[in-house]
Design a protein around this ligand. Structure first.
Ligand code: SF4
Length: 343
């Protein structure tokens, strides 16, 4: 079976060109064609015939295909991508103040089984490859180019779709390298955020290998016991250990860790929860993202009232923790946080 071109980072393609005595500019040309110009057909422009036949024989250029694109009233778009083996994942394009973010999936299903998450009910089927991750971004970008050309700006990336990104560390790391590399998409590291439920083995590697990329932690409760119920891996990798590692990430100026807090009615939205969250974050480089829960079919939890959300925010702000309430985007098409499921 041929390797996917989109699984190769720039150094790997470059090394292949050197090893096969191909023209050394080939790797840059290819990266420019696919990632800067965002052309999906194999490149022929300026490539020697020998190089073209090498590429044909050794690489596959197919990408996941969009089989459904659902547009929400608020202009959020949820894509269903089909992968080479027929498995499907969802990707969400989210409009936000004149720009877009693409929320990427990293696994088919997820092993973490968070109790508030639709994806968690699926279990893990398999990890995505780098090309399947990159392909979601390119596919969403291409949809924007075709359907909303006047709004075509390079979207930011959030790894918050289906799957725990740090559980699929190597593929996600390589996808980030391709997003970041100057020869590729050349996105600034501040435009990418990787969100974790607190998968410690992956976080330890991320701290050492990719500290420049923003990290978000699904906090959801400052109390270990409550968090155990929401995020079962907290029993194995407790919050206090996760926060200790987050504190060790070397950060550039204006970089911070985003703490996501899903507010669930009469579960984790009490005053004592807000005070403990303020205490936990007050001396950290933290941004608190408050997300009112998005109900999904069969869920035992409910969304809190606007007043309870506001009251929670007010208390955490009294600890000088910067916070924002994240508007619920796309919940009419089940594209909001925790609602993704391809079954
Ligand atoms: S919230 Fe994220 S980590 Fe938890 S089950 Fe859902 S997809 Fe997995």
């Amino acid at each position: 079976m041929k390797a996917s071109f989109f699984d190769q980072n720039f150094n790997e393609i470059n090394a292949q060109f050197l090893e096969h005595n191909l023209h050394p500019s080939g790797a840059s040309l290819l990266y420019n064609w696919h990632y800067k110009l965002k052309q999906f057909e194999p490149c022929k422009t300026d490539l020697a015939l020998k190089t073209q036949s090498f590429l044909r024989e050794n690489y596959d250029f197919t990408l996941p295909k969009i089989v459904v694109a659902k547009e929400s009233e608020d202009r959020t778009v949820k894509f269903l991508f089909e992968l080479h083996d027929g498995k499907r994942v969802e990707t969400v394009l989210i409009p936000f103040i004149g720009k877009y973010s693409v929320c990427l999936s990293t696994q088919v299903g997820c092993a973490m089984k968070c109790s508030f998450c639709f994806t968690g009910t699926q279990g893990l089927t398999r990890h995505l490859t780098t090309s399947e991750i990159i392909g979601q971004y390119l596919g969403a970008w291409d949809w924007l180019r075709t359907h909303r050309p006047s709004e075509l700006k390079i979207p930011n990336i959030v790894f918050m779709g289906q799957g725990e990104p740090l559980h699929n560390f190597d593929a996600v790391k390589k996808a980030c390298e391709i997003f970041l590399t100057e020869e590729g998409m050349c996105l600034g590291s501040r435009r990418i955020t990787v969100s974790t439920a607190g998968y410690l083995p992956g976080l330890l590697r991320w701290k050492d290998e990719m500290p420049q990329v923003n990290i978000a932690l699904s906090l959801h409760s400052p109390f270990e016991e409550k968090r155990n119920k929401l995020i079962p891996i907290n029993q194995r990798y407790p919050l206090h250990e996760i926060v200790e590692v987050l504190d060790q990430i070397p950060m550039r100026k204006k970089q911070f860790v985003t703490y996501e807090y899903l507010l669930i009615d009469h579960y984790n939205d009490f005053e004592e929860d807000a005070h403990a969250t303020g205490e936990l974050l007050k001396s950290r480089r933290a941004l608190l993202n408050l997300i009112p829960f998005n109900p999904f079919p069969g869920s035992e939890f409910k969304r809190p009232s606007f007043e309870r959300v506001e009251a929670f925010k007010k208390i955490t702000e009294s600890y000088k923790v910067p916070s924002m309430i994240r508007g619920t985007k796309g919940d009419d098409i089940l594209a909001a946080c925790g609602q993704l499921n391809t079954k």
